[in-house]
Ligand binder design. Structure first.
Ligand SMILES: NC(=O)C1=CN([C@@H]2O[C@H](COP(=O)(O)OP(=O)(O)OC[C@H]3O[C@@H](n4cnc5c(N)ncnc54)[C@H](OP(=O)(O)O)[C@@H]3O)[C@@H](O)[C@H]2O)C=CC1
Ligand SMILES: CCCCCCCCCCCCCCCC(=O)[C@@H](N)CO
Length: 334
């Protein structure tokens, strides 16, 4: 008869060993199945590429040897950004272009995609859809116009761009292309002061999930990036109208520079990740809200999801308590 403690030790050892081996198998599975991601010599299209996250993505692409087209509305900002992006290129044959367009307009998007291909003399193979806006504020104090604009840029801007690019890829038989959408941590949970924004970013996630499935038919790979706080010009602007309570809750997130985010996003893309996060809070939400999305590492994601089940309820009680105590200063409706 074996001692009880030996039986216990063997049992625990087997479980831990099993978890470790499964984790390694899961990691290998992810990497072996990863679609090739190499932007060198490819035409990369970046919306919102004139500042913030989009610009850092464009600079990183330049370093990786890509031909880059950036898209945004303000021409002066685009021009200046393009000069800076070019400086990161390692090869003098790399081409750089910009196109002025409002992604909220389907006609503009259609034209921008055509113009980008013309300027580069090359079909788009990689698209990074980073154009977005955030106008935080209390829901009942915001105008319906602001709420509508957020949806138009964040959701329809991403939808129209993905649609025009995917159609073009299929028509021109570009296999192996990648479309990367930018959602947010707020595309995975709702936060006071961000009602309009959250809806638009949840919508981007839904679009990415459905397109990931459907576009496999055409060998087009779809990914969704969920960044936390990024120190960008957009972040500075949104802080001007952001309610204090929102800032307080958001304060739990340390934030990253756009360069750090771009680097982390590319790391995820090369690893073959479909849903990408680059900070611990977003990781927790991604794993805990994964539904039927593919996991990155099944074992790690499952353990992180379990942490969420335990940690989210007390955190939510705390947030709800804060919001209710805020009632004495509640928003005014004119
Ligand atoms: N900063 C943050 O904390 C976080 C940001 N995100 C998301 O990351 C993305 C980038 O954000 P960030 O870098 O902070 O944003 P910025 O506001 O700093 O930059 C936004 C970029 O998008 C362009 N843009 C905005 N509206 C339009 C439009 N209608 N048509 C075409 N281009 C447009 C802007 O140029 P122009 O104004 O000239 O058009 C600019 O190039 C967004 O989707 C955002 O929601 C997600 C999580 C956190
Ligand atoms: C135990 C559980 C702890 C959970 C803590 C959660 C704290 C909230 C973090 C909020 C981060 C918001 C990042 C995205 C912001 C964004 O998209 C805008 N800035 C857009 O520009």
């Amino acid at each position: 008869m074996m001692d009880d403690w030996k039986v216990a030790l063997i049992t625990i050892g087997s479980i831990l060993g099993g978890v470790l081996v499964s984790g390694i198998i899961s990691e290998l599975y992810l990497r072996v199945n990863a679609a090739k991601f190499n932007v060198k010599g490819k035409h990369c299209y970046v919306t919102g590429g004139s500042q913030g996250l989009g610009k850092s993505i464009a600079e990183d692409l330049a370093r990786q040897g890509a031909h880059v087209t950036i898209v945004a509305r303000r021409e002066a900002v685009l021009k200046e950004a393009l000069e800076e992006i070019k400086k990161h290129a390692g090869d003098k044959d790399q081409k750089f272009a910009y196109v002025c367009a409002d992604v909220a307009s389907k006609d503009d998007v259609e034209r921008a995609v055509g113009e980008a291909v013309k300027k580069q003399g090359k079909e788009i193979e990689y698209a990074f859809l980073s154009a977005g806006v955030s106008n935080p504020g209390f829901f009942v104090e915001q105008s319906a116009d602001v709420l509508e604009q957020t949806m138009k840029v964040n959701y329809f801007g991403t939808l129209f761009s993905a649609h025009a690019i995917a159609r073009r890829m299929v028509k021109e038989k570009i296999a192996g292309g990648h479309i990367v959408m930018v959602s947010s941590t707020l595309g995975m949970f709702g936060l006071i002061g961000y009602a309009g924004y959250c809806g638009s970013k949840f919508a981007v996630r839904g679009l990415a999930e459905a397109l990931r499935v459907e576009l496999q038919m055409h060998k087009i790979n779809v990914h969704c990036y969920f960044p936390g706080t990024i120190f960008t010009p957009g972040y500075e602007t949104e802080n001007l109208t952001k309610p204090k309570i929102t800032k307080d809750i958001e304060g739990a997130d340390d934030g990253l520079t756009p360069e750090q985010c771009a680097r982390g996003m590319f790391k995820g893309l090369r690893r073959g990740e479909c849903a990408i996060t680059t900070d611990p809070i977003s990781l927790l939400f991604r794993c805990n809200t994964r539904g039927a999305m593919p996991t990155n590492n099944y074992v790690i994601d499952t353990v992180v999801a379990a942490i969420g089940w335990v940690a989210f309820p007390p955190w939510r009680w705390y947030v709800d308590y804060m919001v209710k105590s805020f009632r004495h200063e509640k928003p005014k409706v004119e």
